[in-house]
Unconditional design. Structure first.
Ligand SMILES: Cc1ncc(COP(=O)(O)O)c(C=O)c1O
Length: 404
């Protein structure tokens, strides 16, 4: 049935998430019986660790999770989160300063809704996670995109931030390690950014969802800890269990920040979703307070796959791939293949058309860089088996090799 329903104009600038679209397209082809290898998903391929599942089972059997909880999450969970974040960021965070939401994406949505007035500007370094600009726009704000370069390891500089600030600038989003690039800021880069944050009186929205997934000699440096109290008081921490504990489907993320902001976000959450799922809160408490060796085991597997994927990508003629040092994505430059002609006779004018062709003809799904504000690049998740990595990158190499 088609009925010409008028939709709210606030949706006009909003695009659907390109990562979800690529993942859905690959899943549809697979459901149709086509053998597609997907590097689209931004989630671990591992199951949630057993002790976390066991805690959820026990709570369910005890009849302990059938009821609503406090909007912002149960106190034992907020205490555990506050303790962990206080230690990581070297600042005292009280349980009242924590809001637990239905995934870090939900945390960020509540945050922008609570913070941004129409016309307020938010600095977003590119390549960026797909949802930041759209969430800022949904809140009526203006995303101000700061371009970074692969040769600078995709790090935004203090000067860029300084020069981009206007009277309307409220905040900068810092996603470290980064989705989609896998870049990790060095201590010196974080310290330089910390200075400009105080100088320009900015808030830092620190999206730390991948902070425990760093490899080799890279280290996660907290801007709140590195910058001291002046920066810590301006920093809003967004974190969660999705990526670290293979818990994407449980949908738990959290925010730590100044009390008035957390209360405002809780007001929004209280008028929309209410509490995040009770059983998922119990599982998250087990994740944060239980044994942590599962994190190291998964990190080691990601690291091995990362090395193999980068090695294979670098062997493809014309593909440039810098070393991702965190998260679970490789972000190669494939611009040498944009504008080329496929054997079927179509010109692949941009990275979106290239990725469409790759999934349909090459049977390998990768995400176009345009969705992350980086045309000419593609994102591949290495949170998949070594077998898929070897076969999938071989398909990529073979397909690209047929372009003229
Ligand atoms: C940078 C970044 N922030 C936030 C999220 C949201 O995570 P969650 O699954 O907890 O909503 C993601 C998930 O892809 C992400 O990559």
């Amino acid at each position: 049935m088609t009925f010409p329903i008028k939709l709210a104009s606030r949706l006009d600038p909003i695009k659907p998430s390109i990562t979800l679209a690529v993942t859905a397209k690959a899943a549809k082809l697979k459901a149709d019986g086509i053998d597609v290898i997907s590097f689209g998903a931004g989630e671990p391929d591992f199951d949630t660790p057993e002790h976390i599942k066991q805690a959820a089972r026990e709570a369910l059997d005890k009849g302990a999770v059938a009821k609503y909880t406090e909007v912002g999450g149960v106190l034992p969970l907020r205490k555990a989160i506050a303790a962990e974040l206080s230690a990581v960021h070297n600042t005292k965070i009280e349980p009242d300063q924590i809001l637990v939401s239905s995934g870090a994406k939900h945390s960020l949505y509540n945050l922008f809704m609570a913070l941004i007035d129409p016309g307020d500007e938010v600095l977003i370094p590119a390549p960026y996670w797909v949802s930041y600009p759209d969430m800022v726009m949904l809140a009526g704000g203006r995303p101000v995109i700061l371009e970074t370069k692969a040769e600078d390891d995709f790090a935004v500089t203090a000067d860029q931030v300084r020069n981009a600030c206007s009277a309307r600038t409220r905040a900068i989003v810092l996603n470290n390690p980064s989705n989609p690039t896998g870049a990790v800021y060095t201590r010196a880069q974080i310290e330089a950014l910390a200075k400009v944050v105080v100088e320009k009186d900015l808030l830092v929205i620190s999206d730390d969802i991948y902070r425990q997934l760093v490899y080799g000699d890279a280290e996660y440096v907290s801007i709140a800890a590195a910058g001291g109290p002046e920066v810590a008081k301006r920093t809003i921490l967004v974190d969660g269990v999705s990526k670290t504990y293979a818990m994407t489907g449980w949908r738990i993320g959290y925010t730590a920040g100044p009390l008035p902001l957390i209360k405002a976000m809780a007001k929004i959450q209280g008028q929309s979703t209410s509490n995040p799922t009770h059983i998922a809160q119990v599982a998250t408490l087990a994740a944060l307070t239980g044994p942590q060796d599962c994190v190291g085991t998964m990190r080691k597997a990601f690291d091995d796959r990362r090395k193999r994927m980068v090695e294979l990508l670098r062997a493809i003629p014309g593909v440039q791939c810098r070393e991702p040092k965190g998260a679970f994505y490789a972000f190669p430059d494939v611009s040498a293949y944009v504008g080329k002609k496929s054997p079927e006779g179509s010109i692949l004018d941009d990275d979106v058309q290239l990725c469409d062709w790759l999934v349909e003809v090459g049977k390998v799904a990768v995400v176009p860089g345009s969705g992350f504000g980086a045309p000419g690049f593609v994102r591949l998740s290495y949170a998949t088996s070594m077998k898929n990595i070897e076969e999938g990158v071989a398909r990529l190499a073979k397909s690209l090799g047929t372009l003229k």
